[in-house]
Design a protein around this ligand. Structure first.
Ligand code: ADP
Ligand code: MG
Length: 456
């Protein structure tokens, strides 16, 4: 028997159902057309639909009618199976792999759901600038030609809100949009890790491995949380090696480069460093371009002075910029203002708190050193001399840590301010990072000093 093309059969059934006028447009659009044809197996027509409510509504009220409409076109259909469960679909899609050979078209929306991707994270929506140009180009080249030795895995790093997740998902979206049968999976490292540990515990490692090995593209977000998980790093390393051998393109993101992830095994560090790409904070031109793009997309023409004001005052990251812009749009909406009625002083007013809390006061090495010295009641000079006394060592480590946390300075630059080398800087930061985890008094010192720094 010829394999039934689920999509085609459903399209035909739908036009028949529409022509019979049994349903109002509302019911058709809200429920019936939300059914996504997945496959036909052994006379059962499998559908996916987004919510349980939708499913129940159709099952309870319209099951018979829909089934009989389909039956009139294809008599071998005996039942409908409607699921809202992505996992269920994920296994159905295994059958579908087979079905695909028979031209069963997997719906793009469904593929996106299976892949765990958001629709709007696209290359088209990503504004390029000096800060992310390289990252953008390499993402595009990997999307077009995945699995090369030199670019697998790809590892993005950079601060929060700079577009790492966006770019990584853009690779995924591009992949399924150009070939919907491609198997893509996006996951946070934390989810991945939970799944990984569960699989180990329940002796289902093989299934876990097989699932990942069957992918074309694996996107693991925020891998920095692998820090300090020494016990399982060996297993994770082996898994990634297997995936690479199975031609799975992997992309990682992290808020810091591999060498700064605490207690990362050498092998993982070197694996992660295969293709390292940083994303930096947007410069002024890129910030301008981002605001202009966002306002064009929304069809809002902000006055130049407001655009310049935004680009000038919100320099932390793209997410903050986006939030400020959205806040302005929201303000205009609730006050029924057109963009041309919005003037600079009301824009400043709306964003007052936003900017005050987000815009970090320029924090310099001198400011940090002075503040720390004052807080501990020691001489500023002692922070950069050779003293090893406990009274000085802790404040010095803390000052180094705070400088790293609150500025963009490199280890080398930080070291210069304290007359110390790069390795002293790293060990000081690690020491304080460890203390932050277990010592309440250290957390308190940090928060007190940071308040002073910001208030000064
Ligand atoms: P990260 O993962 O680095 O913390 P995200 O990818 O979540 O950052 O980005 C934060 C927000 O800023 C998202 O809404 C994203 O779409 C947007 N964004 C980031 N970079 C850009 C860019 N270059 N162009 C357009 N939007 C961007
Ligand atoms: Mg992210």
């Amino acid at each position: 028997m010829n394999k039934i093309n689920a999509n085609e059969l459903w399209t035909k059934s739908l036009s028949k159902i529409e022509s019979e006028n049994k349903f109002s447009d509302f019911i058709l659009d809200t429920f019936i057309k939300k059914l996504v044809a997945v496959s036909v197996t052994n006379g059962i027509f499998n559908f996916y639909i987004e919510t349980k409510n939708n499913r129940d509504f159709i099952m309870n009220k319209h099951y018979d009618y829909i089934l009989s409409s389909i039956k009139e076109l294809e008599s071998s259909i005996t039942a409908l199976n409607i699921t809202t469960d992505i996992n269920n679909i994920a296994t159905t899609t295994d059958n579908l792999q087979q079905g695909l050979l028979n031209n069963t078209k997997l719906d793009l929306g469904l593929a996106r759901k299976n892949a765990n991707l958001k629709e709007h994270y696209l290359f088209e929506n990503f504004v390029k600038g000096d800060c992310n140009d390289f990252a953008f180009n390499i993402s595009m080249s990997i999307a077009k030609d995945p699995g090369n030795m030199e670019t697998n895995p790809l590892f993005f790093y950079g601060g929060v809100g700079l577009g790492k997740t966006h770019l990584m998902q853009a690779i995924g979206n591009y992949t399924i949009m150009t070939d919907v049968s491609k198997r893509v999976y996006y996951t946070s490292f934390e989810n991945f890790f939970t799944e990984f540990i569960d699989a180990l515990a329940s002796k289902e490692s093989k299934q876990f491995r097989d699932k990942y090995k069957s992918l074309n593209l694996l996107l693991i977000d925020d891998i920095q949380f692998i820090a300090n998980k020494e016990k399982v790093q060996h297993e994770i390393f082996t898994l990634f090696e297997d995936l690479k051998l199975a031609d799975v393109q992997i992309v990682f993101t992290s808020d810091r480069p591999p060498r700064e992830i605490e207690n990362l095994s050498d092998r993982l560090e070197s694996r992660f460093s295969t293709c390292l790409v940083d994303i930096r904070k947007p410069d002024y031109e890129t910030r301008l371009a981002i605001i202009k793009t966002k306002s064009n997309n929304k069809g809002i023409v902000l006055s130049d002075e407001i655009v310049y004001f935004l680009a000038d005052s919100i320099d932390t990251n793209v997410r903050d910029l986006e939030n400020a812009f959205n806040l302005l749009v929201y303000f205009m909406k609730i006050n029924n203002l057109k963009a041309e009625q919005m003037d600079l002083s009301s824009a400043k007013d709306v964003l007052k708190n936003h900017i005050a809390s987000d815009k970090k006061k320029a924090i310099t090495a001198e400011l940090v050193q002075e503040t720390v010295a004052e807080y501990f009641d020691i001489e500023v000079e002692s922070l950069s001399n050779k003293s090893r006394s406990a009274k000085i060592v802790y404040p010095r480590q803390l000052a180094i840590y705070l400088l790293r946390k609150n500025t963009e300075q490199t280890f080398k630059e930080i070291g210069k301010n304290f007359n110390k080398d790069h390795s002293t800087v790293i060990s000081s930061i690690k020491k304080i990072e460890a203390d932050v985890k277990n010592k309440m008094e250290v957390r308190l010192d940090i928060s007190n000093i940071e308040n002073k720094l910001k208030g000064k």
